[in-house]
Write a protein that binds this ligand. Structure first.
Ligand code: GLC
Length: 528
């Protein structure tokens, strides 16, 4: 697959460090735990591991409130543990991607402590401070992502500061060149330590309207949606000056060999594409969350893939995501049977797939009993906790699922004794086996890994498409419904082909053509 970069051919595995593996018996995962479990990730056939934040932090937002951009939280270990993890990853052929949180720090970061200490402190302008309106209310109508006003009054210095997320996560002022220089130094620190790239947390928030004008109301808001969505985020993020920031970050990583920039960007596709940058000078992979956000129906998903492929800039590399620590798990969203279709889709679409830990064994969303909730969003706004998708990895059927020797920080899913890596490892029909086979197929097939994509007309609940490269052609047929379906003609070269994988894992080598019959919730991959 000459001419392509590792992250184009590669598969990214996302670890939520609190929940992967505990080795020091505090019920919370750690770096040594991740290191011990890297073989699982490599064994799946993944190429890179992205680790959610492990920096020193008061943990108000579980690490996304960073108090030191160049350290490791003692909960997770030490810098030496981090170096060992990177070395072990190298030995296994895995890349390591660091989570980087540019938009805001913790309110306990020394920069903010200085900034809030007085109005004339040299770091005052490192954050976004404004006077109250004459009636004492906040400077504008912006709402925090976690609900409530995005401004907090500081009694001591008599001004408000901006926090797009928690009050304990003040927004840095990216219009200040000193802030940018300091953040770029922090990125260099990790690049020099050997990390292979960054996942940039809510990077599109870094640049706001310089005049901080009000956001307009959102006519599409309906009860049940979070409060933040009562307004359109017209002025509070995604300002056109983001182009400058993202290209500066790209220039920085380009000083190093073959590093990767992923942007966490929840924007409509048209705007998302801007983050590839002019002449692809921006993020390599602006995360594409549309498979999470689009209704799970064949026609909708087919239209989405068509639209996304059509909007990509010339040479822009696609990517696909089914889940992360902020979104309900795919097995819960679409159901266990369709989660197999989702996996087949993820690993056969064109573009880099990112796999969220636990989805390879079909982990569900876990109901958290009252009193065990941990997520700050859940505490600030009823109904929006992200705990259900963050529960500990289910490794085996020993006590605490092999995750820890003590009661974990969040409860295990009740199904852990049956649903775990060890049991699925032995089961030729398991979700884990399906993942291994899908990934192996993708890695072994240039058509699947890097080939072109084209859709076949969608009939009923079926979404079918082809991947092709240099004469090789692969046909993927996915039944999004719970009824049998028949596709009459798949336009197979020579009119016939062979099933190489079914989501049910029991149709290997069956000859098919010119069409195919699918069982309920079945997907197949056909080679010509
Ligand atoms: C991103 C993270 C999320 C966090 C937020 C604020 O969306 O993925 O977990 O709460 O940013 O940092």
């Amino acid at each position: 697959m000459a001419g392509t970069r590792w992250w184009q051919r590669g598969i990214i595995y996302h670890v939520y460090p609190r929940s992967f593996q505990d080795t020091d018996g505090d019920g919370i995962g750690d770096l040594e735990g991740i290191e011990q479990r890297l073989e699982h990730i490599a064994g799946l056939g993944c190429d890179a591991v992205w680790i959610s934040p492990v920096y020193p932090s008061p943990m108000k937002d579980h690490g996304y409130d960073v108090a030191d951009y160049t350290g490791i939280h003692p909960l997770f270990g030490t810098l030496e543990d981090f170096d060992r993890l990177v070395a072990r990853a190298r030995a296994l052929g895995l890349k390591v991607i660091m989570d980087f949180v540019p938009n805001h720090s913790s309110d306990q970061h020394p920069w903010f402590l200085e900034s809030r200490s007085s109005r004339d402190n040299p770091k005052r302008d490192w954050y976004v401070w404004r006077d109250a309106k004459p009636d004492g209310s906040p400077p504008n109508n912006w709402i925090s992502v976690f609900s409530g006003p995005a401004w907090k009054w500081d009694e001591a210095t008599g001004q408000y500061y901006l926090h797009s997320f928690l009050p304990e996560q003040p927004d840095l002022n990216w219009r200040n060149p000193e802030v940018r220089a300091a953040m770029y130094d922090a990125m260099r620190f990790w690049l020099d330590r050997g990390v292979d790239g960054f996942r940039l947390d809510v990077v599109y928030y870094c640049m706001k309207d310089p005049e901080l004008r009000d956001n307009p109301p959102n006519p599409g808001w309906k009860p049940g949606m979070p409060e933040i969505d009562t307004l359109l985020q017209t002025n509070s993020n995604d300002h056109e000056d983001m182009a400058i920031v993202i290209s500066e970050m790209r220039e920085l990583v380009d000083e190093y060999d073959d590093r990767l920039l992923i942007g966490e960007i929840y924007l409509p596709l048209e705007r998302l594409m801007a983050y590839y940058g002019r002449d692809l000078s921006g993020a390599h992979l602006p995360f594409n969350f549309q498979l999470i956000l689009t209704p799970w129906e064949a026609r909708e998903v087919a239209a989405l893939v068509e639209q996304y492929e059509g909007l990509l800039p010339e040479g822009g590399w696609p990517n696909w995501v089914l889940g992360n620590h902020d979104q309900r798990r795919v097995a819960g969203r679409v159901g266990a049977a369709q989660a197999r279709i989702a996996a087949m889709l993820l690993f056969t679409l064109r573009g880099t797939p990112t796999l969220y830990y636990g989805d390879e064994i079909g982990m569900p969303n876990v109901d958290i009993p009252p009193g065990r909730g941990e997520d700050a969003w859940g505490r600030h706004e009823a109904g929006f906790t992200r705990d259900p998708q963050r529960t500990p990895m289910q490794w085996d059927d020993t006590e605490h699922a092999g995750f820890s020797t003590v009661e974990p920080w969040l409860p295990l899913s009740p199904d852990w004794r049956a649903r775990n890596v060890a049991s699925q490892d032995r089961d030729p029909g398991s979700m884990l086996t399906l993942h291994r086979r899908l990934i192996a197929l993708r890695r072994g097939s240039p058509a699947l890994a890097i080939g072109d994509w084209s859709g076949i007309e969608t009939v009923g609940d079926v979404f079918a498409f082809k991947r092709h490269r240099e004469g090789d052609e692969i046909t993927v047929v996915l039944n999004f419904g719970a009824r049998e379906e028949e596709v009459a003609d798949l336009h197979l070269p020579g009119g016939a082909g062979r099933i190489t994988l079914s989501t049910h894992l029991d149709r290997d080598d069956e000859t098919v053509g010119p069409g195919v019959r699918l069982r309920p919730n079945e997907g197949v991959i056909i080679v010509a």
